[in-house]
Design a protein around this ligand. Structure first.
Ligand code: NAP
Length: 449
């Protein structure tokens, strides 16, 4: 680990490791938050008196269940389903579902923990949770995806609801999967409870801008960061990792703001397109055909595909990691810095390792942690809940304007909190402290529960 924790927190961190063995991603997420709490160590005696830190690191509820389903060939498969309801001090648990073979309890717990502070930062009344399965949707037929989603929801439905826990999408869970999940929820409960899931389709209770929200929000946040140095996206050379939901809409917004995204990736490699990523082609391959990035290079003269390798080798002024956790290690950070990167803003959750973050901070570049910069997705999910509760539907422009305002507000809170606690310009300290204090104060108010 790159830096020592404040002595007040070291023993609590050691206790978390002992209590949650074999969960490195969960330990990493806790370490990153505890590192930021140093400015309030010894302050706020009520937090110590009510064991806030100890309680905040323990999920309120962890559900693990069997998900049996049948392939098109009649073979029975078993996957494992998870829902970790982390913290409901501020509102019903809220956070996405991830379907990816790498999913395990450690990953769901780290995501749920991060989500708690992210949701707090949005200023909306939502607690933190996360779920998913080690199911791999790649290569599955539509019918197999539907049967898996139906089986998953047949257990999950009893744990969720508008006032309890409101899941959404994440890696491997997009509009198609949410449709099958919501359909099964509706069928089992015999209720059209729109507020029980977000990321729904526009014709059945969804919100405009939800699809675009995480990517757009990340770029709105990054735009505010550039503004603190008198700059903008105009003319910037940008690299975006991933080519899924977050990456695609981050690319779209960068292009709208005058920047050029010249590279993006998937788990097989990356494409470099000096003419700028052709978004129509990328959307067609990824959203319509559900294809691979190699097809992009095949169809575009200005593009080349690099199998394997590191996307971070591509020189750029702005890097937006939008794929997955720990995708930006120290080596990638060093190369980015050597090539003159000026800003890294995270669209993914915890994509930079602690060592990489240390290098960015040491170099004094602009760096934003995902829990602040990618909060636009969940914030727009909360807007979807508002529209569902009032049986209303807002237009695209108004919804996007709300998203931009929310990201501007989160940015302002991060900047002000970092400054208040003696770390001006440090978005990590600003985001973690602002997110933590709000949840902690609510927990004090609600008593030991
Ligand atoms: P997605 O649509 O499934 O896309 C994920 C992208 O990342 C794909 O291009 C995928 O490539 C790539 N990827 C996934 N795992 C990878 C790995 N182990 N190595 C290399 N590339 C990998 O998912 P998403 O919704 O865009 O989510 C991306 C990130 O944003 C995640 O960290 C998620 O938690 C975070 N996030 C999402 C939202 C949201 O609203 N969706 C909100 C906040 C944060 P392949 O296709 O090759 O797997």
């Amino acid at each position: 680990m790159p830096a020592d924790l404040h002595p007040n927190f070291q023993s609590q961190y050691d206790a978390v490791i002992a209590r949650n063995p074999g969960e490195p991603e969960f330990h990493q997420a806790i370490y990153e938050v505890m590192l930021s709490l140093a400015p309030i160590a010894g302050e706020r005696p009520e937090y110590a008196q009510w064991s806030i830190l100890k309680r905040i690191c323990e999920p309120e509820r962890q559900i693990i269940f069997r998900v049996p389903w049948v392939t098109d060939d009649g073979e029975v498969r078993i996957n494992r389903g998870y829902r970790v309801e982390f913290n409901s001090a501020l509102g019903p648990y809220k956070g996405g579902l991830r379907f990816h073979p790498s999913v395990n309890l450690s990953i769901i717990k780290f995501l749920g923990f991060e989500q708690t502070f992210k949701n707090s930062l949005t200023g909306m009344p939502i607690g933190g949770g996360k779920g998913g399965s080690d199911f791999d949707p790649k290569g599955c037929s539509n019918a197999e995806i539907m049967r898996f989603c139906q089986s998953f929801m047949t257990e999950l439905y009893r744990h969720i609801g508008e006032y309890t826990d409101v899941p959404a999408g994440d890696i491997g869970v997009g509009g198609r999967e949410l449709g099958y999940l919501f359909g099964q929820y509706k069928r089992i409960t015999n209720r059209y409870e729109s507020g029980a899931l977000t990321g729904k389709g526009l014709t059945w209770g969804g919100s405009r801008v939800r699809t675009e929200a995480t990517g757009y929000g990340t770029v709105f946040f990054a735009q505010q960061m550039l503004g603190t140095r008198g700059q903008s996206f105009d003319g910037k050379r940008v690299v975006v990792s991933g080519s899924g939901n977050v990456a695609i809409y981050a690319i779209e917004k960068v292009h709208q703001l005058g920047g050029t995204v010249i590279a993006c990736s998937d788990s097989d490699g990356y494409v470099v397109d000096e003419a700028g990523i052709d978004l129509d082609l990328l959307k067609d391959i990824k959203e319509v055909r559900r294809g691979r990035l190699t097809e992009y290079a095949d169809q575009r003269d200005s593009a080349r595909h690099v199998s394997g390798g590191s996307l971070w080798d591509v020189p750029c002024q702005v890097a937006l990691p939008c794929a997955t956790q720990n995708e930006l290690p120290a080596a990638g950070a060093k190369t980015l810095l050597d090539n003159g990167v000026e800003m890294v803003a995270e669209g993914a959750n915890m994509p930079s390792t602690p060592e990489a973050i240390g290098l960015f901070q040491e170099a004094g570049i602009l760096y934003a942690p995902g829990k602040a910069s990618n909060a636009g997705g969940v914030a727009t999910s909360a807007l979807e809940m508002q529209q569902n509760a009032s049986r209303d539907s807002w237009n695209f422009e108004d919804t996007e304007a709300r998203l931009e305002q929310i990201m501007t507000d989160i940015h302002a809170v991060c900047v002000a909190t970092a400054e208040e606690f003696g770390h001006p310009g440090d978005y990590v300290v600003g985001a973690n402290l602002a997110g933590y204090i709000k949840v902690a104060d609510a927990m004090v108010a609600l008593g030991v529960i």
